[in-house]
Design a protein around this ligand. Structure first.
Ligand code: A2P
Length: 344
């Protein structure tokens, strides 16, 4: 069995990640039309073409999952909380893009290139990480071959698509308005995003970190199976439409040469090294957007620590940061016989 033989449902099919999921299904399975497109009641009846077939979007309800094998959920966290268990109980494998289940000890949190083995113990729901955690663990994992990681400091520059389609529209309209002297009037974002950056993604917690930052801290340790790694993050929204950047500082048990790190990263599936500063070659959002890989460059000794490395990591947050990772989980799960829905 492969993915081609399964009925797939996409909850949030009208959203930024859902649209990317449909694009990737079409790109990887150009004859796959056994699909169910779901969203909120607002979108019910909307028509979307995939692989030459027109689908009518349905409202997501508790009865939506009786006839599907695999469900991708990319809606609001409360939708995942409501429909994830319902879909799993109906016998479908659920791959969830929200933070609802990520830190649940009974739910694997998976980046297939890093901890694909964790798919073997899922109980119906698998979570995908936050869109900045995925690129961080994709570079941290191969570097552990050189020396154990002791500490990570990750500061992000995250695009507005991470906050969904409404935030993308807001950047577009607000940029025009502010350019012509009008008011910013933020609505989908907590602050003006046009011509601005702000260190506020998700809500603040008592510790002073935002929930987004706490996600990077907790999720990276869970995926790497390394609760001992000290992690700190500052997550910042920038006026970019697509692709997240991470300035990552990794401290190892022993010194690791930049050249060795480059070599290990070159060998990591799903990672592309773009590191030739003399020729102005380094990853950037405009180049990474629409691409599958995690791009890494500016790899250098961290001047502040003898065992440290600094690097710059860029990834399309909708692709490997979300939809592609989810699809790869589905492919890996099928290949490992870990899709134990009632139909399989
Ligand atoms: P809709 O378009 O009907 O509101 P984004 O991340 O781009 O903001 O997209 C969010 C996605 O989540 C959209 O597809 C949206 O559908 C979907 N969604 C929002 N509320 C619900 C809900 N109650 N049930 C199912 N999907 C929902």
């Amino acid at each position: 069995m492969d993915l081609q033989g399964l009925k797939l449902a996409v909850v949030g099919a009208t959203g930024a990640v859902g649209q990317e999921t449909l694009r990737l299904i079409a790109a990887r399975y150009p004859t796959h039309t056994n699909l169910k497109l779901l969203a909120s009641r607002r979108s019910a009846g909307r028509r979307i073409d995939v692989n030459g077939k027109t689908f009518t979007v349905g409202e997501t309800t508790d009865d939506s999952f009786d006839d599907v094998d695999l469900v991708f959920i990319s809606a609001r966290t409360e939708d995942s909380r409501r429909f994830g268990p319902v879909a799993a109980a109906a016998g479908a494998m659920v791959i969830d893009d929200s933070s609802a289940f990520r830190m649940d000890p009974g739910v694997p949190l998976v980046v297939p290139e890093v901890n694909g083995d964790d798919l073997d113990w899922h109980d119906g729901i698998v979570s995908i990480p936050n869109c900045s955690t995925t690129p961080l663990v994709m570079v941290a994992h191969p570097l552990r071959q050189a020396s154990p990681i002791r500490r990570i400091i990750a500061d992000t520059y995250q695009s507005v698509s991470g906050a969904g389609g409404a935030a993308m529209n807001e950047l577009r309209h607000q940029t025009r308005t502010v350019m012509h002297g009008g008011p910013a009037a933020p609505d989908a974002q907590p602050q003006q995003i046009a011509f601005n950056v702000f260190p506020h993604i998700d809500s603040f917690t008592e510790s002073g970190y935002t929930r987004e930052e706490q996600k990077m801290i907790d999720e990276s340790r869970k995926i790497l199976h390394a609760p001992e790694i000290a992690v700190s993050a500052t997550c910042v929204r920038v006026p970019v439409f697509v692709s997240h950047c991470v300035a990552a500082h990794l401290e190892f048990a022993e010194p690791v040469a930049a050249g060795e790190a480059r070599e290990l990263l070159r060998r990591m599936p799903g990672v592309t090294v773009q590191d030739d500063p003399a020729a102005s070659v380094y990853p950037m959002p405009v180049d990474a957007a629409g691409c599958d890989d995690v791009f890494v460059g500016r790899i250098r000794k961290d001047a502040s620590h003898p065992n440290g490395l600094a690097m710059w990591v860029v990834t399309d947050n909708l692709v490997k940061g979300a939809a592609l990772n989810a699809l790869q989980i589905a492919e890996h799960a099928v290949a490992r016989g870990a899709v134990h829905g009632k139909r399989s």
